[in-house]
Design a protein around this ligand. Structure first.
Ligand code: 4AD
Length: 456
């Protein structure tokens, strides 16, 4: 009997499981091993109550441990532990642990920036960027980013779009706004060895100036002429001197392009369906993280109505007659926010813009307008922008930046078997900012870059 008991103890099998799986599927009485970071700690005479999180969900798992074993543990430390799944008096699953292993200690007095049970301002959390993923809010933001990314890929795949890897190093400024970052090797020695006679040193590597891309659109347009429905979802870079809560120097953009497209309405439909699909999927499958990020305020996501569609002219009329905010120079951020408020939070497409306010590649339509749109969302303003592309060779040529041979290949597309295309770019961080109702876009991306800030 002694032998049998002993072997039972030694052979006890603990299956390892993530907290997400334990909370979903672990049956009472199952032996489980878990690992994670301690989020809270309550020591009582007999038992210590530890809440751990392993990153798989925003929910913590409670572990009870005999207090005589829990001397060296603190909030923030990482541990592994094993025990039996049981039900707490409040009816929640918890682990009754027999033991634990301290993986990494966390002595807050040695400079760890976050104390237990304290709320911090986003600016303070941002200053401690390397520890920011450990906060409850930011880890939820990261899981939502992941889920939204997957939903974008899934949705576009389901309606026949191909993911194209457009280059990050380019030789053109697609938007023509002069917001490019120039790139060149850091080694002057290398540049000197590569430079040809009479060639400026800064263009020695590629024989021309090269930039980090501001948009994958022009490359996507080339592929749309062969694969029809294409998209890219990649980092883009803008050298804007803006520290505003809506601007980043590096952000992710979902851009799509579709051939055989003659009608702006068809493009608006793709944008609206995509936005609605992602939001619905998040509400259906990631409500816990959404609740954490939005503080439970998800009303703005329950968009059952069709998005509003107004022309630029109508937008200006509403701004001047109804909102007392007339503007001669386009529609600024203040106007964008006022318009979405006016339409009670329903996203707004502003279409048919004056051509002098928009990029050279947009299709001209009567009255000096272009067939373009901006999509405005509550609390953030513009989250996406797109257009039909100019298909007329001469018109396009006349609108190109002067003496710019960089666009020869782009013009060439129009000469050979060209079909009209249209597309748009959705700023991913602005989209996330809108979904989560987050004040500052810098809190929607793992490692934000903005002027004078390139931490980590
Ligand atoms: O309106 P933009 O400049 O459009 C383009 O780049 C087109 N080439 C897209 C296309 O048609 N394929 O940028 C598109 C979106 C904006 O609506 C905004 O959401 C986001 O990109 N965006 C920024 N997001 C964060 N920080 C910045 N500095 C941004 N600039 C633009």
């Amino acid at each position: 009997i002694f032998f049998l008991n002993k072997s039972t103890i030694f052979c006890r099998h603990y299956s390892h499981s993530s907290i997400l799986n334990i909370l979903k599927t672990a049956p009472l009485g199952q032996q489980i091993s878990v690992q994670g970071w301690i989020k809270s700690l309550r020591k009582q005479k007999e038992l210590t109550f530890i809440e751990i999180n392993d990153g798989s969900t925003c929910k913590n798992l409670q572990i009870t441990l005999p207090s005589n074993l829990s001397k060296n543990i603190t909030v923030g430390a990482s541990i592994s532990s094993k025990g039996l799944v049981k039900q707490s008096p409040k009816g929640q699953l918890e682990i009754s642990a027999e033991d634990f292993t301290l993986i990494g200690e966390c002595d807050i007095s040695k400079g760890y920036p976050f104390a237990p049970r304290k709320q911090y301002e986003p600016e303070y959390v941002r200053e401690n960027m390397h520890f920011r993923p450990r906060t409850r809010l930011f880890s939820s933001v990261l899981r939502i980013r992941h889920a939204a990314t997957l939903e974008i890929h899934n949705y576009l795949d389901s309606i026949g779009y191909f993911n194209i890897h457009t280059p990050l190093i380019t030789s053109n400024d697609c938007e023509g706004a002069g917001e490019t970052f120039k790139i060149e090797p850091d080694s002057e020695k290398l540049l000197k060895s590569m430079a040809k006679e009479n060639q400026p040193l800064h263009s020695a590597y590629f024989n021309k100036k090269a930039y980090l891309t501001v948009s994958g659109q022009l490359h996507l347009e080339t592929v749309a002429q062969a694969l029809n429905k294409v998209y890219c979802f990649a980092p883009t870079f803008r050298a804007e001197n803006s520290k505003s809560r809506f601007h980043l120097s590096e952000f992710y953009m979902l851009e799509l392009e579709q051939a055989f497209l003659n009608n702006l309405d068809d493009l608006l439909k793709v944008a609206e369906d995509l936005v609605k699909h992602v939001i619905k999927a998040l509400l259906d499958r990631h409500l816990d993280d959404l609740q954490v990020c939005t503080n439970g305020k998800i009303d703005h996501l329950l968009i059952n109505k069709p998005f509003i569609r107004i022309s630029y002219l109508e937008a200006q009329q509403i701004l001047s007659t109804k909102l007392n905010k007339s503007s001669l120079k386009g529609i600024g951020k203040e106007h964008e926010l006022a318009l979405t408020n006016y339409f009670e939070g329903v996203p707004v497409f502003v279409i048919n813009w004056p051509e002098n306010l928009k990029a050279f590649y947009m299709k001209q339509i009567p009255e000096n307008n272009v067939a373009a749109f901006d999509l405005l969302a509550s609390g953030v303003g513009e989250i996406a922008g797109g257009s039909l592309r100019e298909d007329n060779f001469e018109k396009l040529k006349s609108r190109l930046p002067i003496n710019n041979s960089e666009f020869d290949w782009y013009l060439d597309l129009r000469k050979f078997g060209y079909v009209p295309t249209g597309g748009f770019g959705l700023g991913f961080e602005r989209f996330v900012q809108f979904i989560l109702g987050i004040e500052n876009i810098k809190d929607c991306i793992p490692f934000p870059r903005w002027p004078h800030n390139c931490k980590l």
